[in-house]
Design a protein around this ligand. Structure first.
Ligand SMILES: NC(=O)c1ccc[n+]([C@@H]2O[C@H](COP(=O)([O-])OP(=O)(O)OC[C@H]3O[C@@H](n4cnc5c(N)ncnc54)[C@H](O)[C@@H]3O)[C@@H](O)[C@H]2O)c1
Length: 299
């Protein structure tokens, strides 16, 4: 797969292409995409491995705030590179600490960066990386609140057609969903009066972290932290809301919501149950999942 196909693939994975892949067509065909992963955790490692195995992307650089996570990532991707006939990642291309994203943004040997850090950091990282001329694949959610989301839209305007930016709404590319939504749009179930979306999460397994400073606890357990994750409605269920927006071909104009924390006893401050009713412009209503299950693995 050449750069053109890689970027088309990234767009398909992302569902939301802020900038079209054609922006990068000036790259030489069939050349390798020098790919970096920022945030060497569960999702980042899995998606970057998939890019390495299935596209022309080659993992040449890594960044993470924690040295242990970076070391785990390096070991994993050195093995992946070896299995594909590529050299190990140069130690000079691994960066740890708060400013790892700046080092990737400034690195001339990186073409594209996958942002797989906790949601709170996405927009800051996207801003710096696109300003550094990098193509970006960013995990959902793009931001945790309205100011961050507005900033992402400003970034989209600023980058124009200079680089390609995708956000990880992979469900829009999943064949069963594509077919169902196509049939709905073709009118096969008639006019929609209301939708109800559900997301079933496994029971939470809260990791034992021993004693560590509170900030590190928060960062390593970001999913349970409202500020870092955006809370469960956003972090876990954004895919469900995205599907409803896709089906309705619109965004809600009104939302009525309640939430509370009744079950979770552990570290963190996220809610464990909530309900939201969104009103769409054509009058249809969507009930967001009435979750009473604490989130497990992040979706
Ligand atoms: N699309 C999907 O279906 C899907 C599935 C799972 C997770 N996700 C998303 O992927 C992202 C990552 O989730 P995860 O489950 O891999 O989390 P994780 O905790 O396993 O990994 C996050 C990594 O980022 C690192 N990190 C934290 N703060 C950082 C910073 N400021 N700079 C650099 N590195 C930093 C951590 O050390 C860790 O290695 C989240 O946005 C999550 O919502 C998406």
């Amino acid at each position: 797969m050449n750069r053109r196909k890689f970027l088309q693939g990234a767009g398909a994975l992302g569902g939301l292409m802020i900038v079209k892949p054609s922006v990068a067509f000036s790259y030489a065909a069939n050349s390798t995409v020098q790919y970096a992963l920022l945030g060497c955790g569960k999702r980042g490692t899995s998606v970057a491995t998939s890019f390495a195995k299935n596209t022309q992307a080659r993992i040449v650089a890594l960044g993470d705030i924690f040295p242990d996570q970076l070391a785990k990532g390096k070991q994993h991707f050195d093995e992946i590179n070896a299995s594909l006939g590529f050299p190990a990642i140069d130690d000079k291309m691994t960066f740890h600490g708060w400013e790892a994203y700046k080092a990737l943004a400034a690195n001339p040997n990186v073409d594209a960066v996958q942002i797989s850090t906790p949601p709170f950091f996405h927009v800051e990282h996207m801003d710096a990386l696109t300003a550094g001329g990098k193509h970006v694949y960013c995990e959902k959610p793009v931001g945790v609140d309205i100011p961050q989301t507005r900033r992402a839209l400003e970034i989209a305007k600023r980058v124009g057609n200079k680089v390609s930016v995708s956000v990880g709404f992979q469900i829009r590319s999943a064949p069963p969903f594509v077919e169902v939504v196509k049939r709905i749009h073709d009118g096969q179930i008639g006019k929609i009066a209301s939708l109800s979306g559900h997301y079933n999460a496994p029971t939470a397994t809260y990791p034992e972290r021993g004693s560590m400073p509170q900030d590190e606890q928060r960062l390593r357990n970001w999913l349970w932290d409202k500020t870092l994750s955006g809370d469960i409605l956003l972090e876990q269920n954004i895919h469900v809301i995205d599907v409803c927006n896709w089906v309705m071909q619109a965004h809600p104009v009104k939302a009525t919501a309640r939430a509370s924390r009744k079950v979770l006893q552990n570290f963190g401050n996220i809610n464990d149950n909530y309900e939201v009713i969104f009103t769409y412009p054509n009058g249809a209503e969507f009930s967001a999942p009435r979750s009473s299950t604490p989130p497990g693995t992040s979706m």
